[in-house]
Design a protein around this ligand. Structure first.
Ligand SMILES: Nc1ncnc2c1ncn2[C@@H]1O[C@H](COP(=O)(O)OP(=O)(O)OP(=O)(O)O)[C@@H](O)[C@H]1O
Ligand SMILES: [Mg+2]
Length: 243
């Protein structure tokens, strides 16, 4: 069943520092939407607001999961994950001294996911053969690309309906960036996910995104209804394409 996300008019920040101002965006059921913006413009703050890590001071964040509607503001991160929303944070945030398998199991704390641990673990190993080969390796000793795969796999262990991915390309060589982005598309199709992906790598993000938003200084500066509309946008040309 369909799952979607609607962020409406949120303000958020850290203490007296206001970062997001009147931000609205939506991710329709089964869509892949890119959140584009260069360093420090508020991409992670928006992702964290959706996950209950940062508390917005105004607005609403509505998730529709398998037909049921939930206001996310005011809920804890655990509750939000439990509803079926998974988050792959910027910089992966793995447990470096735990093995690959242990990291994956830590992704399955959602009650609804616990009963399906074996099945989800098998699916993760099937989708990411490298993780099966490295099941007992410490996460911290894996390469950057492998760690990003592990971070994605861990998010899937909670059997999510909506997946948020914060800058999956960061710190990866171009070939690995391409593979990671391809993997996100494969997961989206395989699990029937709704995806919001923050990226600075415009060219790679737009390969799999249905549409996207450009965030500048904490405000949505442009909403592109298609990859083509984004390609032709002046802000994108200025910030990303060096025109
Ligand atoms: N914990 C924090 N306390 C205070 N200010 C913060 C905190 N986290 C982020 N900020 C500030 O909020 C602004 C937006 O940061 P944010 O991390 O959301 O940007 P971003 O678009 O994700 O950037 P990047 O591409 O570098 O990850 C920045 O000015 C940043 O310094
Ligand atoms: Mg960020």
């Amino acid at each position: 069943m369909a799952s979607s996300l609607t962020v409406a008019n949120i303000d958020a920040g850290y203490g007296a520092v206001r970062v997001l101002e009147d931000v609205s965006l939506s991710v329709g059921a089964g869509e892949t939407v890119a959140l584009l913006g260069t360093n420090g413009n508020g991409k992670s703050t928006l992702m964290k607001s959706i996950m209950g890590i940062v508390r917005p001071s105004a607005g609403s964040i509505l998730a529709e999961i398998d037909g049921a509607r939930h206001e996310l503001i005011g809920r804890s991160t655990e509750e939000i994950v439990d509803l079926g929303i998974a988050f792959v944070p910027e910089g992966r945030r793995l447990f470096p001294k735990q093995t690959v398998t242990e990291n994956l199991l830590l992704g399955a704390f959602r009650p609804a996911a616990r009963s399906a641990i074996r099945r989800n673990l098998d699916f993760c190993f099937e989708t990411f053969p490298v993780l099966k080969e490295r099941a007992r390796q410490l996460a911290g000793s894996m390469s950057g690309g492998e760690q990003q795969m592990l971070a994605l796999a861990r998010a899937l262990m909670s059997a999510p309906r909506i997946l948020l991915v914060d800058e999956p390309s960061v710190g990866l060589a171009p070939l690995l960036v391409r593979r990671t982005i391809d993997k996100i598309k494969e997961l989206k199709d395989g699990y029937n996910l709704t995806v919001l992906m923050a990226e600075q790598n415009f060219t790679q993000a737009i390969r799999i995104a249905d549409r996207g938003y450009v965030i500048v200084h904490g405000k949505i500066a442009f909403a592109g209804e298609s990859a083509e509309a984004l390609n032709n946008n002046d802000l994108i040309r200025e910030f990303y394409l060096g025109a």
